[in-house]
Design a binder for this molecule. Sequence first.
Ligand SMILES: NC(=O)c1ccc[n+]([C@@H]2O[C@H](COP(=O)([O-])OP(=O)(O)OC[C@H]3O[C@@H](n4cnc5c(N)ncnc54)[C@H](OP(=O)(O)O)[C@@H]3O)[C@@H](O)[C@H]2O)c1
Length: 276
Amino acid sequence: MKILVTGGSGQLAHAIQRFWQGDEVLLPPESVLDLSKPEAIQSVVKETRPDVVVNAGAFTQVDRCETEVELATCINGEAVGWLAEACSEQMALLVQISTDYVFDGKGTRPYLETDPVNPMSIYGKSKLRGEQEARKAREYLILRTAWLYDASGNNFYNTMLKLASQGNPLKVVDDQRGTPTTCRDLARQIQKAVVAGYRGVVHATCSGETTWHGFAAEIFRLHGLNVDLKPCTTADFPRPAPRPAYSVLSVEHRRSLGADVMNDWRQALAEVVKEP
Ligand SMILES: NC(=O)c1ccc[n+]([C@@H]2O[C@H](COP(=O)([O-])OP(=O)(O)OC[C@H]3O[C@@H](n4cnc5c(N)ncnc54)[C@H](OP(=O)(O)O)[C@@H]3O)[C@@H](O)[C@H]2O)c1
């Protein structure tokens, strides 16, 4: 199989390149596959003739999306429609990577794939538009994930390690719940999902749940770091874009489909620490 991945410089794309086994994986740079350019999407898909397109590219700076609405809507929303069209012409499967931000975070139990969506931020709205556009493809799979990180990339894990190395006391939000998910677990799951023939919407996070504070504490514990870490609330650090307070995604549907390869979040974190 030939796999074309968008967002080639991102952390998920990097993990797909590293952990996808046995197939040809193409990661064109953004200068070649720019999601804001329909003609670039059309020509790259036509020239490479992939069996699967994984759309891992996105405008992921959640706060910036609040002011750059048009750009966010284009890259996270409209571009998926252009990809869907190009995939349909090439008979390729479109795998769209979506997010917990399509929910409002007011839930109290893990979100099911069938629960109503209600994004609160521009980022969440633009990603929901992406889901709607993906559904126009002849064959599509929408994988919703959350709290992504790995040993490389611009993410919470690396931010915590950097802050810890500076030796200052840290306050981390303890009233948002979710599931830290490694890019490598998601990359392996995407491959398994494609082979197993998943279609429609499927949640794809690690299992279990914690808060950002709980995640930070486990990072420091596994690294053997003694950090002065204290909990705080979302209200202590106001940000331009609202964050869902509860964004745990149910893994039950995925488990019922078989070929589930995602770990409990603590186990997944331990792997990243042991084998960066
Ligand atoms: N990170 C999370 O916690 C999280 C949670 C839920 C869902 N997701 C979704 O998971 C997917 C992968 O995210 P990630 O964590 O790997 O994010 P990431 O590291 O920010 O990767 C996204 C990549 O897309 C690129 N990109 C931006 N605009 C583009 C354009 N016009 N054309 C082509 N590429 C463009 C970015 O390039 P620049 O760096 O140059 O902008 C970046 O390399 C995304 O769909 C994201 O929405 C992420």
